[in-house]
Design a protein around this ligand. Structure first.
Ligand code: ATP
Length: 204
């Protein structure tokens, strides 16, 4: 577990980002600071394995991520999953990133507790766990199981670090629903992302 604290690694933050919201940015910045990461790579998923195809195309979601991270020099985004055909599996992405950043040793996968609780169903999860460390962020409505012994989905041996950050009650689902209902999304999204959405009438 001590190596989890090592300095200067790469954070990998995958998501549908449909759309990206301030919760994503807060989590990424907190992880960067806590682990002293050199970079966080935001990776919009083209076809998320467990969510169905998002109604908003991947290129819009990617552009919104780009806008959202534009003021943070530590944040970058990658089209790696947009360019790859078929379902966007994290194992394929992490392998590709490790080739790309071949001089780096430490890679951290940042994910919310909701995603973490489903990790047993991910493709090649045990191989993935040998390539990258999991940094998990609490999320309202999701509980860390008291015994945290995932023998049934074979993740009991995964080294996991829980990021000490109060739960953040923002989700892309809430943002989409509010826009559909004509509600306010101010302070849930960066302003430039809000403008992008409204100019193109996305999610209406
Ligand atoms: P949706 O509401 O459409 O399911 P989402 O808000 O979960 O979307 P994603 O792009 O699917 O957004 O999330 C990317 C990653 O960020 C996932 O690992 C997810 O668990 C995490 N995440 C997103 N929002 C939060 C939040 N408020 N707290 C903790 N983790 C979050």
């Amino acid at each position: 577990m001590a190596r989890l604290e090592s300095k200067g690694g790469i954070g990998v933050f995958g998501g549908t980002f449909n759309p990206i919201h301030l919760g994503h940015l807060i989590i990424a910045e907190k992880a960067r600071e806590a682990l002293n990461l050199k970079r966080i790579v935001f990776i919009p998923s083209r076809y998320p394995p467990h969510k169905g195809t998002p109604e908003i195309g991947a290129i819009h979601r990617y552009r919104m991520v780009k806008l959202a991270i534009s003021t943070n020099p530590y944040f970058i985004t990658s089209q790696i999953e947009l360019r790859r055909k078929g379902i966007s599996y994290t194992i394929d992405t992490v392998r590709a990133l490790k080739k790309l950043y071949s001089k780096e040793k430490d890679f951290y996968l940042i994910l919310g507790l909701d995603s973490y609780l489903e990790i047993g169903a991910w493709k090649d999860i045990e191989k993935l766990a040998r390539l990258i460390r999991f940094i998990v962020v609490k999320r309202p409505g999701y509980q860390i199981p008291p015994h945290t012994n995932y023998t049934s989905n074979k993740v009991s041996s995964l080294p996991v670090k829980f990021l000490n950050l109060g739960p953040i009650g923002i989700s892309s689902t809430e943002v989409r629903n509010r826009i559909k209902d004509g509600g306010s999304v101010r302070y849930l999204l960066p302003k430039n992302v809000m403008d992008y959405i409204f100019q193109r009438h996305l999610y209406e």
